[in-house]
Design a protein around this ligand. Structure first.
Ligand code: S3P
Length: 464
């Protein structure tokens, strides 16, 4: 797939597909809830289709009608042993979250995924789930998938995770539903809280304890706890803390039953990020991104863009779907470098490739640190970004836990190896619009993982 400099700017409106993290959770939690869960705006990307097929393989009737998905849940103990190995495809979220659910079942199962999934670290869930009494092992003994899980009675634990990871936190919370007592998971910084919000909405008892310096305890998303809830059955939440805080604990009580409901999935801020940055980067651009999720535990890119001098405005802000959303108006801006570190990192972890590329067009240096997690994503995103940005003429230094980008160099087109990482492919499709000459992306079709129509949508904006 090839991209060339856009001279006239990107103009128009875009509605990005549904949030990947929330889509996964809606099918998973809907499957182990009682009743039917109606999911609107479900992401039809390959990752979320993997989640649907895993739960179908465990006896759940899931009607995928395109924009609406109906999950006919069978309750916490209603899953049945799959006949085959569960295939999680390229999806880390499917692999890790499903492990938390499988740990508490009364059957055994093996799960695996593609070549990338079989290289991603699973010890981070094997360790805490084993402490809860789960029988879970890496089949090859290398700490990666395939994983063999034999369901067992589980115990509540108090666990401190070294990484701020919503996948780790969620796996433990899901196992905690099946445990014999309270389960606590502390992470260094608050990671995305979609599980907490949706589990509460489905009737579980999950709360978030903030450090003393912040504001005590927070219960997000419960139906009772949603004073602005005007339409019964619509997912609502109390908002997450406005800014990230350190040392956060999620606490869950064992559940007797979850209850399905209506889930309206907001547009994925991680997909919106490509248009947000494209609008800022390509001269002459003005783009309105409709209905993007702006949950503060996910939307750190908005802070970074503002820090870099980007002209963005949030309009039509709503909390009406349990997860806050807004339309984002973005105009081309002259940008300057910034520092991205600490508690901000988990709130924009998937956007860092795009932000690093954008920093190449900014005046001055951008420093990204505390982001070693980038090395264990769908590709090693520190190495792959450094290699590809350098190929386009950018001045980038790879560090142990991030990158230093010296902005302002003239970029030229190059052949980009996506390493079959969807976010790398989309990042360079955007950066190609800002470089002299042609940029060719190898493995471009991998955008199918999270945004099947990405290139068509980008193309539409160049035609306005
Ligand atoms: C996700 C959490 C993040 C993110 C991933 C989706 C989730 O991973 O990078 O794309 O849905 O919980 P980690 O929890 O490993 O940081």
């Amino acid at each position: 797939m090839k991209f060339a400099k856009s001279v006239s700017g990107l103009r128009g409106e875009i509605t990005v597909p549904g949030d990947k993290s929330i889509s996964h959770r809606s099918v998973m939690f809907g499957s182990i809830a009682r009743g039917t869960t109606e999911i609107r705006n479900y992401l039809q990307g390959a990752d979320c289709l993997s989640t649907i097929s895993c739960f179908r393989a465990m006896g759940i009737d899931i009607e995928n009608k395109g924009n609406v998905v109906l999950v006919h849940g069978k309750g916490l103990h209603g899953l049945t042993r799959p006949k085959q190995v569960l295939d999680c495809g390229n999806s880390g979220t499917t692999t890790r979250l499903i492990s938390g659910i499988l740990a508490g079942q009364n059957f055994d199962v093996t799960l695996t995924g593609d070549a990338s999934i079989q290289k991603r670290p699973m010890k981070r869930i094997i360790e805490p789930l084993s402490l809860m009494g789960a029988d879970i092992a890496s089949v090859k003994g290398n700490g990666c998938a395939p994983l063999k899980i034999s369901g067992r009675p589980l115990h509540g634990i108090s666990y401190t995770s070294r990484v701020a990871s919503a996948q780790v936190k969620s796996a433990i919370l899901l196992a905690g539903l099946y445990a014999d007592g309270e389960t606590r998971v502390t992470e260094p910084y608050l990671s995305r809280n979609h599980s907490e919000i949706m589990l509460n909405y489905f009737g579980a008892d999950v709360r978030t304890e903030l450090p003393a310096a912040a504001s005590g305890s927070l219960k997000s998303g419960s139906r009772e706890n949603a004073p602005d809830c005007s339409e019964p059955g619509i997912l609502k939440s109390t908002p997450a803390p406005a800014s990230p805080v350190s040392g956060v604990t999620a606490v869950i009580q064992p559940a007797d039953e979850l209850h399905g409901g209506l889930v309206e999935v907001p547009g994925d801020i991680s997909s919106a990020a490509f248009f947000l940055c494209a609008g800022l980067m390509v001269p002459g651009s003005e783009i309105l991104i409709r209905n993007a999720g702006t949950n503060p535990t996910r939307a750190g890119i908005l802070d970074v863009v503002r820090n870099m001098g980007g002209d963005i405005a949030l309009i039509n802000e709503t909390a009406g779907s349990g997860e806050p959303t807004a339309d984002i108006l973005v105009r081309h801006s002259s940008l300057h470098g910034t520092v991205i570190e600490g508690a901000l990192i988990p709130t924009l972890i998937d956007e860092l490739p795009m932000i690093a590329a954008m920093a190449c067009l900014a005046d001055g240096d951008t420093v990204i640190r505390d982001a070693a997690e980038l090395k264990v994503k769908e590709s090693n995103r520190i190495a792959v970004m450094t290699e590809n940005l350098t190929a386009m003429g950018a001045d980038v230094t790879e560090t142990e836990d991030g990158m230093i980008i010296r902005g302002g160099k003239t970029l030229h087109g190059a052949v980009i190896d996506s390493h079959l990482d969807h976010r790398i492919a989309m990042t360079f499709a955007v950066l190609g619009l800002c470089a002299d000459g042609e940029t060719e992306i190898l493995g471009a079709e991998c955008v199918n993982i999270s945004y099947p129509n990405f290139y068509e949508d980008l193309q539409k904006l160049t035609k306005k």
